[in-house]
Design a protein around this ligand. Sequence first.
Ligand code: GRG
Length: 294
Amino acid sequence: MDVQGYLVARRRLVERALVRRFPARGTGLRRAIRYSLLGGGKRLRPILALAAGEVAGASVRTVLPFACALELVHTYSLVHDDLPAMDDDDLRRGRPTSHRVFGEGVAILVGDALLTEAFGLMTTASGVAPPRALAAVGELARAAGEAGMVGGQALDLAAAGRPATLARIRAIHRGKTGALFTAAVRVGALVAGAPPALLRRLTTYGEQLGLAFQIVDDITDAAQAGDGRTDAALGKATYPAVLGIVRARAHAEQARDRALAALAPLGARAEALHAIACLVVAQLDESAPSARAG
Ligand code: GRG
């Protein structure tokens, strides 16, 4: 399939919905929210929610508010992760980070507002039976909170200066990255009322895709950072630091293959999800050719 065309079309839908939800307004906070939210980003998590919803029979329009909620939570996590108390980053999505432009206090509030608005947005969805909407809200709450993304970030903070082990890295990334990827596909499926067997398949896909994405991100980060601020150089636990690049790549490919195996019985209706998993790992050939095994 034309995966690039699919991604562009879905990204455009998400982009328009985000602009509709956050139109330009005179306040400084709104300006700061728009700066972080509308300033780029692949919109991968909302696209996954839309694609999983379609596999389970929901229209894109029905899933869209939930998909946008995932992007709001993701953007909040990036803004807060960049703060001096966390990673203290100067650049995000190719531009100065929110706290560098608007100050630390406003950047904290941008994250707070995005997280809160994510849950408000899901309550505005029309055409979704309340039990389905409630299941999706619960899913995102669990994935974003202590049992998911925030818990993973806390493990990451606690790991600073301690030796990286594969078990520790897995636990950190299952929370930090994996939880939101898994929630993305599950939220789409729950809104669509997917039966348990389909939900299980999509869950496995989300978990394995999240793992593949994180390993690929670690490898490309190590290969690309020109300023020496690689995650590994900052003392962060990364897959290539523990496994070496070639084995890390093999782990990413294995995760992709497990994601694809979970989709296999779904046939052509899962074509977009299949193509996205292939694309995530194919990035390694473009940005880190030295990671090629054999
Ligand atoms: C501070 C509550 C809190 C959580 C922080 C998710 C997270 C936890 C931090 C984000 C920092 C980070 C580098 C996480 C690893 C996952 C990752 C590579 C995120 C970037 O996702 P992309 O590539 O970003 O999808 P875009 O900009 O395309 O949306």
